[in-house]
Write a protein that binds this ligand. Structure first.
Ligand SMILES: [Ca+2]
Length: 166
């Protein structure tokens, strides 16, 4: 048996794609500009293993299948939560994604998540970065969306995060 995990996304008024919790999807109050559901591709073992939530003061995660190439047509959301009152320092120590102007094909997008459920895009990254790249999230909750389109893959990334005393 193969399992798929579906989730809903919408484009907000700023033109950013937001991932909606199922409960919000089913019982939303505000009309949406656009809404559709996407089912990520199944991985080899039949389970989608790339969505996860990490509650820790520090940790690391990688793109799926790293250091092998990531799969095509996949979306992974890694939610990070550190202790209240701290910020998040997110550092990519290895980063190799399909390059594109505007990062329209494959990308990593870092969001700051707020307590009221809103989410702000902080950075969208793609291509190859030879040096460590850091993104600071000025809050204790973040989501990192990794997206790949239907063709061309690379090795992906290794990301480390730690809490930052503002
Ligand atoms: Ca691609």
């Amino acid at each position: 048996m193969r399992f798929r995990q579906a989730y809903c996304v919408r484009e907000n008024t700023a033109g950013l794609i937001e991932i909606l919790p199922h409960v919000t999807c089913a019982d939303r109050l505000e009309p949406l500009l656009e809404e559709h559901c996407e089912a990520p591709a199944c991985l080899e073992d039949g389970r989608v293993t790339c969505n996860k939530t990490i509650f820790a003061s520090e940790g690391s995660f990688t793109s799926p299948n790293h250091p092998g190439n990531y799969p095509t047509d996949i979306d992974c959301i890694t939610r990070i939560k550190v202790n209240p009152g701290y910020w998040i320092d997110l550092t990519f120590q290895s980063f190799e994604l399909e390059p594109a102007p505007g990062c329209i094909y494959d990308y990593v997008e870092v969001f700051q998540d707020r307590e009221d459920g809103t989410r702000t895009s902080i950075a969208r990254l793609c291509g190859t970065r030879k040096f460590r790249s850091s993104v600071v999230v000025k809050g204790n909750s973040a989501s990192v969306l990794f997206h790949s389109d239907v063709i061309v893959t690379r090795r992906g990334f290794v990301a480390n995060f730690s809490e930052l005393d503002p």
